[in-house]
Design a protein around this ligand. Sequence first.
Ligand code: ACO
Length: 271
Amino acid sequence: MAEAQAQQRGGYTDDGPATAEGGVRFEVDGEIATITLARPEKRNAQTFATWSALARIGESLPEQVRVVVVKGEGPSFSAGIDLRMFTAEGVPGQGSFGSAARSDGADFEQRIRQAQAGFLWLRRPEIVSIAAVQGHAIGAGFQLALACDLRIVADDVSFCMKEPALGLVPDLTGTKPLVELVGLAKAIDICLTARTVHADEAMRIGLAERVVAGGDLDQAIGEKVAQLLSTNRDAAVATKRLLQGAQARTLEEQSVAEGIEQAARIRALFG
Ligand code: ACO
């Protein structure tokens, strides 16, 4: 019942209106979808309910959507995993790492795969995802920003891959995009020191596409969305598919792939 009400509002609140542990709001306006982490009083800390809400949004994303904006309400984009996961009590209804450690290892791996599903769909060729990041993007928050195609950040942004400091690895799909964006050496430096990356460095090393004053973040996102919507939809999808496959292919293979995509475009445009 509570879930049904939440979905009517366009939101997902896995644990009902009183606790709203999922803490994710979802709105669609034509070709633009906006996902908002909406638990600012807890700095948008993430739980399993957050990740299943994200996965469900991905599963039911309306076909007309071309751009997905991921943002966080309040001073921080996201302070990462809800630290109650590390306590004996855990997150009500969702357990804790202690209870997970005592469960069958395969079960927990499956649970991690489910959580990752909330992040992986943001790379689909059919959409471009943009993270609007202000304040803290720590751990799972950093990885959610990394799950997006583009990151536009406020000048107060601070990225931190805190997992290794807590005895964990980053497991929410963040390691591959981080290495691809900044290179292996810098990724090792950032993760294994758990140090903070501020706006100027984020821009310099390729983590951020653009840095703006905090008050200008919404406008900067709006400008990027408009630019992305100005190109041909089918060509954009095919081009993203090509770009995503480029690293894994040889130049020769990539050239062949370009030809195949272009022949399909020409047939669609002039056939
Ligand atoms: N989990 C649960 N609650 C959190 C989290 C979190 N990750 N982060 C912040 N909160 C809560 C605080 O407990 C506090 O709650 P309260 O008002 O009931 O006391 C509220 O959010 C505000 O937090 P403050 O610390 O007061 O906010 P501030 O702006 O001063 O600091 C900061 C923000 C730096 C993000 C700080 O809250 C922090 O260090 N949080 C923990 C970050 C962390 O270690 N995350 C785990 C990373 S590893 C991973 O994601 C796998």
